[in-house]
Write a protein that binds this ligand. Structure first.
Ligand SMILES: [Mg+2]
Length: 226
């Protein structure tokens, strides 16, 4: 644990969970994409960087979808059709496939007694899915324990609006916000929102897609936080 942080808040999508390749791979293989599910993990981060390069927030995933179908290998003549189908298929409840190291990292932070919580742009489903996918729950239970899970749909504020963090910070009232890190995978929504809130942004950027987009700390794996 770095001396730099006394607590860590996390985004959920692209940090612990990605759009489920077991659904998307067969869906996009119809258009000529690879069926190699590892490529879909890689595509998520490339697509997030493409979205951030356009400055897009939560209301526009078109650049993500366009980049994603290209990165999973859909040939050019099928990309428009595949992008349309992806835009209809990749709904909130498909952000459920756990990324390697997710539960292990949170359990490690629990063991080190580092206070942690979740702040997610979501659709009212994220607490349920974090539980079902084996990532964490609020308070005591079988999974890693977090102090709070803030879902933008539930609280009515979404990143990059820094006020979404006002729903989490009361659970960390014992810690100055300048000592709280926020870990996310979006330059615009997560680094932007956390910076505006006075937190310490950390970008999950396993393939160095955003090296030229941010000056904050970038990590390739959540395990680097341990
Ligand atoms: Mg995310």
């Amino acid at each position: 644990m770095s001396q730099q942080y006394d607590a860590i808040l996390f985004d959920a999508g692209g940090v612990f969970l990605i759009p489920d390749p077991t659904v998307l791979a067969p869906t996009l293989a119809y258009y000529g994409a690879t069926s190699d599910q590892d490529v879909y993990v890689r595509a998520h981060y490339g697509a997030m960087a493409a979205k951030s390069r356009q400055g897009s927030g939560e209301d526009d995933w078109s650049h993500y979808n366009t980049a994603y179908v290209q990165l999973v290998g859909v040939p050019e003549h099928n990309r428009e059709a595949a992008t349309f189908v992806l835009s209809r298929t990749r709904h909130a409840h498909l952000w459920r496939a756990p990324l390697a190291g997710s539960a292990e990292t949170l359990r490690g932070l629990n063991a080190a007694e580092v206070p942690i919580g979740i702040v997610s742009n979501a659709s009212g489903q994220i607490e349920e899915i974090l539980g079902r996918s084996g990532i964490c729950q609020v308070g005591d239970g079988p999974l890693a324990s977090v102090r709070c899970i803030v879902d933008s749909h539930v609280v009515g504020v979404a990143k990059p609006d820094p006020h979404i963090f006002d729903f989490a910070l009361p659970f960390f009232a014992d810690i100055d916000r300048s000592r709280i890190a926020y870990v996310g995978d979006s330059v615009v929504m997560d680094v932007g929102g956390a910076t505006a809130a006075g937190l310490i942004p950390i970008l999950v950027d396993p393939y160095d897609d955003a090296a030229d987009l941010v000056t904050c700390r970038r990590i390739a794996s959540l395990l680097e936080l341990l």
